[in-house]
Design a protein around this ligand. Structure first.
Ligand code: B1M
Length: 233
């Protein structure tokens, strides 16, 4: 997007620096992103402002261009790695300053399926958007989801499947939650290339997420609804 070259990030004013961090994220320049984050913190930016205006906004742009087919997986993985590097600097500071979390999500690829690139991207984007994410990895039987629900008390259960042979397993997880009487206590989001909205409805999920950007927007909107319901209760 831009030529970072030998640019001295210290010489930029705040607005230019934030723009440069967006560009460096887009270009997957991990060290430049780390430097940019350190400079903003050194200028007394709060970790939360640095996260939202520097990293999250930059990753939002990456997410849009990924969705629109302008960026591809290798570039997005580089951007995601740069994002993670910036997050790693901010994470302890955010915890220390008690920045608001949007909610907690567990996410895993279902039993029989070892595809994890998309699921990991969703997890990273959710983290970047301010969610706490517990990544259950791949090949998860229903027991893993139930154990993680008990252990982490998440707001959102995310499931990923890339194979037509494994996507029906999502129904096994949701039906088991129904049997245990806990289905309605959680927001269930599903995603993966072979899925669609009709499938998500048929298995009893709350929503199908076409990509990571949609997953973030969907999660935010369900969390807003949940908070409204709690406020009215
Ligand atoms: Co596999 N594979 N693969 N594969 N593989 C597919 C899925 C396939 C479509 C390729 C093809 O034949 N054209 C095909 C499935 C056919 C079908 O079921 N109809 C297939 C097959 C057949 C197989 C094997 C059976 C091959 C074999 O062994 N004979 C085998 C199965 C292994 C198993 O799981 N048990 C297999 C293995 C593999 C690799 C290990 C080699 C590798 C996986 C590596 C890894 O993930 N670490 C692999 C890969 C890379 C692919 C393709 C080429 C790419 C998948 C990918 O990472 N896409 C894939 C072809 C394709 O999809 N075009 C293919 C990029 C990723 C960013 O997108 O995962 O869709 P995606 O995630 C998106 C959205 O879907 C969404 O957001 C993500 C980011 O925007 N999303 C979610 C995903 N999960 C979400 C969860 C959410 C929300 C959104 O929760 C809320």
């Amino acid at each position: 997007m831009s030529d970072a070259g030998d640019l001295d990030l210290n010489s930029l004013n705040d607005e230019e620096l934030v723009q440069q961090i967006h560009d460096d994220l887009y270009d997957g320049l991990k060290e430049e992103v780390e430097t940019g984050v350190h400079i903003l913190l050194g200028r007394n930016w709060t970790p939360y402002k640095t996260l939202t205006e520097g990293l999250v906004e930059g990753m939002r742009i990456v997410g849009i261009d990924f969705r629109d087919g302008i960026l591809f997986v290798p570039e997005v993985l580089l951007a995601a790695n740069s994002m993670k590097a910036g997050m790693a600097i901010l994470r302890p500071l955010l915890i220390a300053t008690g920045a608001p979390r949007l909610g907690k999500m567990i996410i895993g690829t279902v039993k029989g399926d070892i595809h994890d690139i998309g699921k990991n991207l969703v997890g990273m984007m959710m983290e970047g958007a301010g969610f706490e994410v517990i990544n259950l990895g791949i090949n998860n039987p229903v027991e893993n989801y139930l154990k993680a629900i008990e252990e982490h008390e998440p707001d959102i259960i995310g499931m990923s499947a890339l194979l037509t042979t494994t996507m029906p397993y999502m129904k096994v997880v949701i039906d088991t939650m129904k049997e245990k009487g806990i289905r309605d206590d959680y927001i269930v989001l599903v995603g993966g290339a072979p899925l669609n909205e009709e499938f998500a409805k048929a298995v009893g999920a709350d929503a199908y997420c076409r990509d990571a950007a949609v997953a973030v927007e969907t999660a935010k909107s369900f969390m807003a609804r949940k908070h409204n319901q709690l406020a009215q209760a």
